[in-house]
Design a protein. Structure first.
Length: 670
């Protein structure tokens, strides 16, 4: 009887260890473009656990726990057998037969206990490895609950990439200068009267008096510093700043004129003519910028709703954090590149593009050209243009790409691109009596005037500055220069620190479509970290403004959209590197992410991304990078053609259109 029981005990232990091996070493499953997708059994758990209240723990971990409990129970049984054997021996009273029985039970129980302890050690080891595989390094022991989705991906962030187009400082930016201004751009115009007071009393909101002796007294101010409107507060103690100046720039986008961008100058000391500084000279200080439901859109047709609507964004506010360093910014901005380049010739369907080494103040450098005496000038009179035989260019200047790229897009239609979208052109030889096929253009950027010869600190609104008020250093020699202001603009003001260049525009149209050379993560990349770089390189110079049209979709969807914002770098070989800043990818559950580059993404000649040529091959082994798609390596490119059934690249394969592609990807990511 006892022998049979001990045999049963051994069989049970062996069975448990065998089952553990089956559950522990099943191979992982993979899918394209997912975060930590190392568990087939984990797929879909998080999708249903919220409405049903189920745990999101990996099933293998549950089985491992059960096995460990069972082994603990068997260990208790083995201990009971040893106690029983001791009892038999102690009560034998010299009975040799009972003593032999006691010895056999004791020996078998000891062997069984040794097996149980070994099995328990194996189970504990395997559980720790399962935890590392499921949760990543740094988790172990009994901490077997999946890491919850991190909060930065959700609360208060969904507006960025939706109604909030961009802002500076960026999310979680560090070492921000203490004397910075804060900029926020929206996709729809906002009503300044919903959050700005007319402090100057001139009937115009979002401006300053002609002479600014004191920022707090001479400029329009935020109505009140509050979470309902705009709050700028320390992250450590929620202490709000004293106040803020709010300036607005009027531009036209999609034929709708209004205030799309606001500039906020924090006021920490009203008595200080400069308004004081954020942070401290002793240590970094973090701030939270909170914009609330009291800010309204300029949308009379829809009763001027709140900028932040929870039904669309998941929250009725937007907030982000940045950290000031201990220093002030006293370095000037410079121009890093322009298009068309100095001395070159370009086709007439070109944008004008000026790229700076740092974000610049949008006040006075956005809007449209006006007719001047022998030149054309931008609203604000900080950008000037001259041509020999061409009329006033119609169009609009916008400050884009994190406020580092100033881009003029003409609005005179001159054709259609391969996607059927409109193409726009600069005027060429269209004035009365002109007899030419190309024309010379000159552009001049006016640097702000410095207060003194030893510093780039500038007089407010006297020209182009960075967000700390440092004047443009046109010749990049780090020496302040005030250019002459005499007329005519050309050539008298073509002096440092103004920046100027010339080029030629010919009466031709460029129709060459761009394509994507590389993408990161590549097709079917797996086990993506939460902060994985998301980027792509185009084979041509692109319009920075259209990069905001790149979409990022997650599956399953969430009430708060994942935030996104582009950053563009123009390479010397005329390729364009675009990095899409994004909310952290969820790394505690299986989640699919789709990057969408649509026909609204265009190059500097308004050519669209058609056909949708891009990387076809899966990622390079042990990387998340796609093989380079280029004309010399056509096998690496999606085999799209100019045909309505095969002109769209869908996850590396040719397809009919974006709608069909997204439907397919969604259906295969459940």
């Amino acid at each position: 009887m006892r022998e049979k029981f001990v045999l049963t005990l051994k069989i049970a232990i062996t069975t448990i260890v065998f089952l553990l091996a089956i559950f522990s070493f099943s191979p992982p499953a993979h899918a394209q473009s997912i975060a930590d997708a190392d568990s087939e059994l984990q797929t879909g758990v998080q999708v249903i656990n919220q409405p049903l209240g189920l745990a999101s723990t990996d099933i293998r971990l549950v089985v491992a726990r059960i096995i460990r409990v069972a082994l603990g129970f068997l260990g208790t049984v083995a201990l009971a057998l040893m106690i029983y054997a001791g009892y038999l021996w102690m009560t034998a009273g010299g009975n040799e037969s009972q003593i032999e029985d006691a010895k056999r039970v004791l020996i078998n129980a000891a062997i069984g206990l040794a097996i149980i302890l070994s099995a328990y050690a194996i189970v504990s080891f395997v559980i720790s490895k399962l935890v590392d595989a499921t949760l990543g390094n740094g988790f172990g022991g009994d901490n077997l609950v999946l890491e919850p989705p991190i909060s930065e991906n959700f609360q208060g962030s969904g507006a960025l990439g939706q109604i909030v187009k961009d802002h500076y400082p960026s999310r979680d930016q560090s070492e921000v200068p203490r004397n910075t201004r804060i900029i926020v751009s929206f996709r729809q115009p906002v009503r300044l009267d919903s959050f700005v007071d007319d402090t100057t009393g001139d009937g115009v909101l979002g401006n300053c008096r002609t002479t600014v002796a004191n920022w707090y007294n001479d400029c329009d101010r935020l109505r009140n510093v509050s979470d309902n409107l705009i709050n700028i507060k320390r992250a450590d103690n929620n202490e709000s700043i004293f106040g803020a100046v709010v300036l607005g720039t009027v531009t036209t986008e999609n034929n709708i004129t209004g205030v799309y961008t606001i500039v906020i100058k924090p006021i920490t000391d009203a008595a200080n003519p400069g308004g004081g500084y954020l942070g401290s000279t002793n240590e970094p200080v973090s701030y939270i910028v909170h914009m609330g439901p009291g800010m309204l859109l300029d949308d009379p047709a829809n009763n001027n709703p709140s900028v932040f609507r929870a039904t669309i964004l998941g929250n009725n506010y937007y907030e982000w954090r940045f950290t000031n360093g201990t220093a002030l910014d006293i370095s000037p901005p410079t121009v890093t590149s322009v298009f068309p380049e100095d001395g070159t010739t370009e086709d007439k369907n070109s944008v004008l593009q000026i790229n700076f080494n740092e974000p610049v103040d949008p006040i006075g450098i956005t809007g449209r050209f006006n007719q001047g005496a022998g030149h054309y000038y931008l609203d604000g009179q900080n950008v000037f243009l001259k041509s020999n035989n061409s009329a006033l260019p119609q169009g609009n200047f916008s400050l884009t790409n994190g406020y580092r790229t100033l881009e003029f897009a003409p609005s005179q239609e001159c054709g259609r691109n391969a996607c059927g979208n409109r193409v726009f052109c600069l005027p060429v030889c269209d004035v009365a009596g002109a007899n030419c096929t190309q024309d010379g253009y000159e552009v001049l950027l006016r640097a702000a005037r410095t207060i003194n010869a030893g510093s780039f600190e500038s007089q407010p609104f006297s020209g182009i500055t960075d967000l700390a008020g440092n004047a443009l250093d046109g010749n990049r020699n780090n020496i302040p220069n005030n250019a002459p202001t005499t007329l005519p603009i050309f050539p008298n003001q073509k002096q440092p620190d103004n920046y100027f260049w010339d080029f030629t525009i010919r009466n031709q149209i460029n129709t060459s479509s761009p394509f994507i050379q590389t993408i990161v993560p590549g097709v079917d990349a797996q086990n993506i970290s939460r902060n994985q770089e998301l980027s792509m390189t185009f084979n041509k110079r692109m319009r920075a403004e259209t990069m905001y049209n790149i979409g990022l979709e997650e599956q399953p969807t969430h009430p708060v959209p994942i935030w996104r914002v582009p950053s563009v770098l123009f390479n010397e070989d005329d390729t364009t590197y675009t990095r899409l800043g994004h909310g952290p990818f969820l790394d505690a559950i299986r989640q699919y992410y789709f990057t969408v580059v649509s026909s609204t993404v265009e190059d500097v000649h308004f050519n669209c991304f058609y056909p949708g040529k891009g990387p076809r091959m899966t990622v390079i082994p042990n990387t998340v990078i796609s093989p380079n798609c280029e004309d010399s390596n056509p096998q690496n490119c999606c085999q799209v053609i100019n045909d309505q059934n095969s002109d769209f690249c869908c996850n590396g394969s040719a397809g009919p259109n974006m709608s069909a592609c997204m439907d397919y990807l969604r259906q295969n990511s459940i």
